[in-house]
Design a protein around this ligand. Sequence first.
Ligand SMILES: [Zn+2]
Length: 236
Amino acid sequence: MYEALKQRVYEANMQLRDYGLAPFTWGNASECSREDGVFAIKPSGVSYDELTPDKIVVVNFDGKVVDGDLKPSSDTMTHAVLYRKFLTIGGVAHSHSVNAVAFAQAGYPIPAFGTTHADFAYGEVPCTRKMKDEEVEYYYEYNTGIVIVECFREKKLNENEIPACLVKNHGPFTWGASAMEAVKNSATLEIVAEMAIKTLTVKNFAYKKEFNSMPKNLLDKHYSRKHGKDAYYGQN
Ligand SMILES: [Zn+2]
């Protein structure tokens, strides 16, 4: 059952690993079939080296296993909530990619600084609020999905225009038409996050006096010894 769906989800999970987004077992991707009311997801704690298409687990939108022998990803209920609330999406991915996680841990959205971001998302990538103690204590993974949806609804964001959200103190969830597209969005988000961090660094420090250029005499020495009229660098 669900052979084609499991194969696609297997390939998407391997792509998540190949993009370097999910060290060890820290990531998962899923794809749903709205027709069948199910989605296929990575099994919990299975390393990418051991993963095969037949190990992919199929669950319904309540997270109950309908096909497969292994336990589904511990983040299954987060995926389930996203499929239930974001009705146009077909795939979800979660990773702990470092630059996106840096924003999530700091609790800041990723600002839209440039065209790379604009090609990906229509505005900043938001970060959820802190989860309440009881939300962490009970139904944690379900509530993780709920805070993402709440974040989009409260900020009046469109999940089709912004295919990603940062969960505060945790990391990014992305989505798309398929598992593979959700994974590609995780990869793009990571690049955009890295660019944003570098942009912030340059903005904050580049023109401050203590980060000024090198001493003029040292600049002159190195340039002229290689390119000046009395250059002496290299062999004659
Ligand atoms: Zn996680």
